[in-house]
Design a protein around this ligand. Structure first.
Ligand code: UD1
Length: 431
């Protein structure tokens, strides 16, 4: 198992290229199941989750090829991928595959819409709370599917096809909205989504589906209208830049100090996160190439944040921002409203000398003058990168164990930070 070793205390200066978004790429890849023609996705990030989803889609009959890959290059590093689901060979998604990546549950929507049947394993436990799929199932039932849950599997059938309907989400759900968009695109008639998620990744999926011939209006707003079509075609679509990766490196610069251009990052995708990082003491400016982030000398100010659906502060940046606040001059209050149990990083940050007290869904962070390097353990994707951020400003050496979590969501993290002056290296192998 690989580890990452970091020696703190070095400012970041240079350019970091922002990759394609993981959370946009995954549903876009799944959308390839909706058509027998080829869907070409450009700017797909080279991540373990992408490689895993290609395997899962292959199981259902999706062939893929990767453009212009040179010998020795990282397997899927920001490349174009062609996906063709000419024939669906299996509508069953087994536990062994779905358990590896929760988002693969979303295959239920295109399989059901195209084939009239899907049997998909429940995703099972997850390190960040229970993460149910009841609202995804509710959406499919509203569209006329008959759904049964048996022996850990969700079995959905719609032998005569899905039928457009009005779907009210009692809670904003990204996965629920992706699922409803895909299913309703091939349903008979008109669908209305109310209280839909407004995340940029939803807009990216809707844009791609529209290029494939779907008729979706209003994606990015809470009410979305979909007019079902008989079949979808192939298309070419570029995955939007990863706002969570961009926000993470912006926080890293705020923590370590320095001056970094985040090439390809877009301010409109980060919304409130930019305000929050600026309030903490960094300067962020929009340039033709992306976002420039700077922090010189001055201390960090404590900022209270509360996670919320887009355009609020993203839960996927909560752990990283908490790492930053461990060195603020005073107390900050960080409230997690989206996921229960998304505070596993707290214990590990404490090992580096952070002072954090948990009160239900609130973390009270009292900034300290100095963090000290220590061996720590990555527990999930965002928690692991928060440890990297803390380590950049800690005295001495930090080793982050179990970095496979990082590889799921961050493309070449040690190269990107190392290229800007961080002392960081990957140590491969066991032990
Ligand atoms: C997606 C993102 C994840 C991000 C999250 C919130 C991907 C691959 N993952 O996850 O990185 O942290 O959005 O921005 O894009 N809920 C229910 N019932 C359901 C579905 C969800 O109660 O059927 C609840 C969840 O437990 C959670 C909330 O709704 O409390 C939001 O979850 P959701 O937006 O669905 O997250 P994901 O789509 O799983």
């Amino acid at each position: 198992m690989d580890r990452i070793r970091i020696v703190g205390g070095h400012a970041l200066n240079g350019v970091i290229q922002i990759s394609g978004s993981k959370n946009a790429a995954l549903p876009l890849m799944i959308a390839s199941l909706l058509t027998r023609e080829t869907l070409t996705l450009e700017n797909v990030p080279g991540l373990a989750d992408v490689a895993m989803l290609l395997r899962i889609l292959g199981h259902h009959g999706v062939d893929h090829s990767v453009d212009g890959r040179r010998l020795g290059a990282a397997p899927y590093a920001s490349r174009a991928i062609h996906l063709t689901a000419g024939t669906i060979v299996d509508t069953l998604a087994p536990y062994e595959l779905v358990a590896k990546m929760r988002a693969s549950f979303w295959v239920i929507a295109p399989l059901l819409a195209r084939m009239g049947e899907a049997k998909v394993s429940l995703p099972g436990g997850c390190a960040i709370g229970t993460r149910p799929v009841d609202l995804l199932i509710m959406a499919l039932e509203k569209l006329g599917a008959k759904v049964e849950i048996e022996a850990g599997y969700v079995h959905a059938i719609a032998p005569n096809g899905l039928i457009g309907a009005e779907i009210h989400f009692p809670k904003v759900t990204v996965g629920g909205t992706h699922t409803a968009l895909m299913a309703a695109s091939l349903a008979h008639g008109h669908t209305l989504l109310v209280n839909a998620a407004r995340e940029p990744e939803i807009v990216d999926l809707a844009d791609c589906l529209n290029k494939m011939g779907a008729r979706i209006k209003g994606a990015g707003q809470s009410v979305v209208e979909i007019e079902g079509v008989g079949a979808l075609s192939g298309a070419r679509h570029a995955v939007l830049p990863d706002r969570i990766e961009a926000g993470t490196y912006a926080i890293a610069v705020a923590m370590a100090g320095g001056d970094v251009l985040l090439e390809g990052a877009r301010a409109d995708l980060l919304e409130s996160a930019i305000d929050v990082i600026e309030q903490a003491g960094a300067t962020i400016s929009v340039t033709n190439e992306g976002l420039r982030v700077r922090r010189n000398g001055a201390g960090l100010a404590p900022v209270d944040v509360e996670t919320a659906p887009f355009p609020g502060f993203p839960t996927d940046l909560q752990a990283q921002f908490m790492a930053l606040m461990t060195k603020a001059k005073g107390r900050s209050r960080i409230t997690e409203t989206i996921f229960e149990n998304r505070f596993m990083h707290v214990q590990e940050l404490a090992r580096l000398g952070a002072h954090i007290r948990l009160e239900g869904d609130v973390a009270l962070v009292d900034g300290v003058d100095e963090l000290q390097g220590a061996p720590v353990m990555a527990t999930d994707l965002r928690a692991s990168v928060s440890l990297v951020i803390a380590a950049l400003a800690a005295r001495g050496e930090t080793t982050v164990n179990r970095v496979y979590h990082l590889d799921r969501g961050f493309e070449r993290l040690e190269d990107k930070l190392g290229g800007c002056g961080a002392l960081i290296e990957r140590v491969s192998g066991a032990g």
